[in-house]
Design a protein around this ligand. Sequence first.
Ligand code: SF4
Ligand code: SF4
Length: 458
Amino acid sequence: MQTADSPTPQPADSAQIPFVKLPEQGFDPKHPPEQGLIDACVHCGFCLTTCPSYRVIGKEMDSPRGRIYLMDAINKGEVPFSETAVEHFDSCLGCLACTTSCPSGVQYDQLIAAVRPQVKRNHPRSLPEKFLRTLIFQLFPYPDRIRLLLTPLGLYQKLGVSKLVQKSGLLQRFSPNLAAMESLLPQVTAKSFQDNLPDVIPAQGHKRYRVGMVLGCVQRVFFSDVNEATGRVLSANGCEIVVPKSQGCCSALPAHQGEEEQAQALARQMIDAFEDTDVDYVVINAAGCGHTLKEYGHILQDDDEYRDRAEAFSASVRDVHEFLAEVGLTAELHPITDGPLPLVYQDACHLLHGQQISVQPRQVLKQIPHVQLREPIDAALCCGSAGVYNMLQPEVAEELGQMKAQSLVNTGAKLVASPNPGCSLQILKHLEKRGDTLPLKHPIELLDLSIRGEKLEL
Ligand code: SF4
Ligand code: SF4
């Protein structure tokens, strides 16, 4: 047991350290949250009102400041790394709003990223939690495995069983987590069954860039329209696009939940897939994936073989809006509606807070003739999706989803533009629950329609 006088655990050679230890001890020595980062917090509390978990739960320990206090106390051996502490870390959405609002520049993202693998290594989950997490992490990051389930899932939706299950409330009573997962299930379509993009898409007109395209895991199965639109938009703007078949998941889902080894394996696979493609940039259209792709240097920090390659890969990654704003649109744009189109852009946390990208998607959208951008109240507040948070912590996510749907509807917009598949599913679920029929598209789908001169069906 550590005492208050014990030295702060320091990172050390992972090969020499046994990581298994009793739960009442402090953090283990493999990359505990850095004391220097913890000490940067001056406890001013400016971050509290921007924190979604604090807004919903209302307790100091479920705020950024509270969690930093907790990390400090555990680091110093003043409180144990207990189940209660884990509950407070688990309630964090990882939305990173606190990093945007903190005037002292506290890198909470680095702190919580250090804590998640500590929780994974040192706190065995209950059997139902283990089952849920295994289901999520052994299924979602692997498109081939998801596709094995598409036929039964499609039938389940087509025969109306899904509606019956939701109406009966039985699954909700049995397991709120599984019920949340079920309620977020995207529509299975014919396109879900296979990837539709070729290995190389030629540039239209003068070739300006050669770019790689990341397809995502859930994105490529359930949002293939967005990937196809991205290919067309990039091509129309002078990009030759390389789509390596060997790419897998970006590793965001396991990385955000401390599943370190799985995240590292997926990151290596992604780096290998793009290594010999000779591309100028690697482009991604999903906010959460983009943030993780830019974090590979950190994810593979202990890997001598991959560390530098990971840094180089991350440096080449661009969110698609960021890329288009940087290189400029060359394709001609046409109106997608006959009259004004009031539209609300939904900031995805991993773009806004994780990559400081908020202007670029708005810039891109504003170039479409007739688009009128509306801004929602609390634009920077998480919608509750946060990767798989809405399945792991459904109660908090539910309240945030309701708040987000309300604020989007209140803008009076006729359409929501959302740059992340997780946010899109969460928002659609809560709009539907309210009985609102506000449609939702990825900004790139709107740009694609505009380039092709097609009208939006509202
Ligand atoms: S994280 Fe930043 S904003 Fe929040 S209490 Fe600490 S110093 Fe203040
Ligand atoms: S990451 Fe989001 S949920 Fe977590 S402490 Fe920061 S603001 Fe709160």
